[in-house]
Design a protein around this ligand. Structure first.
Ligand code: FES
Ligand SMILES: [Fe+2]
Length: 385
């Protein structure tokens, strides 16, 4: 027996897990456009958002332009959450400074005009752009701002885009983003956790059998797995889940085996080192109402209101992944051959972090506007003879 007495608890892998400003992974994450809130959140009140440990204020001016800025007023630090949205920008409640979406100070109403400070003070802000119902921000160095990637799955003719953002129901919320996302490149846990252990949590038994073949591979955008399985019908099923840099973006298919592309791009939004939200933009055919995914249909609401005893008997991703701790401790792990997806995930992320440190563009950064306008993805499900 190896006694647990004296067990040394290691520190988390700070390079891969920390998201704050100036941390290695935090810097990598800030090189890509990231969702911060829903476009629909920006009405007549400012919205406080938290991402990568930074508190920011999002708002939309009277001209319809969205802005995202440091939440404390540049005058004496009042929270702009209590500000007023006006035609030309956001006005602080305390002494009335008015900011436009770029952080320019337009008015200091208590100062005698003309005031030289008006032109000198710039309130810290981030570039934003809206797409598909989400507000995205670029939070890295301005001179390195990349093109915004538009994925092929959003560009199918004759449809509309629908956005969602919030805590992932039944999925991890209160833990580090890395363990939540690398979980998606751990294809075999579906077989164990979601089937044999907890009872079927996916809509088809096909998810519950060991695959005939499973391969993980690095791609130009990030990585993916291709899982092949013989169905009871005798046909072959090919399932592809895909991760896009900086590996907090994913396209996953969770419905019945049929031939269909994944239609939603989903983002894991790290709120801070130990919390996250989900956000997605989904393509819907005209006249199609937003349906729940196969996995959600199986237990609509049921994934939400579960007693602790129920979760002990039927744990889901939330229990498995949050159960690894607020930040999973890699130093306590023993990775084995079925963890090759997780190993590749971490390797790609670490390489990208090192690229940034060397002053180079990491993988998945688009500098060519034409290429960024139609980015090809491969995730989906295919049934073939
Ligand atoms: S603290 Fe905002 S205007 Fe004074
Ligand atoms: Fe899972």
């Amino acid at each position: 027996m190896k006694s647990a007495y004296g067990l040394k608890i290691p520190e988390p892998d700070g390079e891969l897990t920390r998201v704050g400003a100036g941390t290695p992974c935090g810097e990598l994450l800030r090189r890509y456009w990231q969702p911060v809130c829903l476009s629909a959140d920006l009405q007549d009140l400012p919205k406080l958002v938290k991402i990568f440990g930074e508190e920011l204020i999002a708002f939309r001016d009277g001209a319809g332009r969205a802005g995202l800025m440091f939440f404390r007023c540049s005058h004496r630090g009042a929270s702009l959450e209590y500000g007023r949205v006006e035609e030309r920008g956001l006005r602080c409640c305390y002494h009335g400074w008015l900011y436009d979406v770029e952080g320019n100070v337009l008015e200091m109403p208590l100062e005698p005009a003309p005031n030289p400070f008006l032109k000198q003070i710039q309130h810290p802000a981030y570039p934003v752009r809206e797409f598909g119902g989400l507000v995205f921000a670029y939070m890295g160095p301005l001179e390195l701002m990349p093109e915004f990637p538009l994925y092929d799955v959003w560009q199918v003719p004759g449809g509309t885009l629908k956005a969602r953002m919030g805590p992932r129901i039944g999925g991890p919320v209160n833990c580090n983003w890395l363990q939540a996302e690398e979980n998606l490149m751990d294809a075999l846990h579906t077989f164990w956790l979601h089937t044999l252990h907890s009872g079927p949590q996916f809509p088809s038994r096909a998810y519950g059998a060991n695959p005939d073949e499973l391969k993980y591979e690095e791609t130009a955008l990030g990585m993916r797995f291709i899982l092949t399985r013989k169905l009871a019908s005798g046909k072959w099923w090919e399932l592809i889940w895909e991760m896009i840099m900086p590996l907090n973006v994913h396209l996953v298919y969770t419905d019945e085996p049929k031939s269909e592309r994944v239609r939603a791009v989903t983002y894991c939004v790290p709120v801070d080192d130990t919390h996250q939200l989900g956000a997605s933009v989904r393509w819907l055919a005209d006249n199609e109402s937003e349906t729940l995914s196969g996995r959600e249909q199986l237990a609509p609401g049921g994934r939400k209101d579960r007693s602790f005893e129920y979760t002990q008997r039927h744990p889901d991703d939330k229990e498995a992944v949050e159960g690894q701790g607020p930040i999973a401790l890699h130093g306590l792990e023993h990775l084995v051959s079925s963890d090759q997806g997780v190993m590749l995930f971490r390797k790609i992320l670490r390489t990208a972090i090192h690229e940034v440190r060397q002053g180079r563009d990491p993988k998945g950064i688009f500098r060519d506007a034409a290429l960024a306008r139609h980015v090809l993805t491969t995730a989906g499900s295919l049934v073939r003879d």
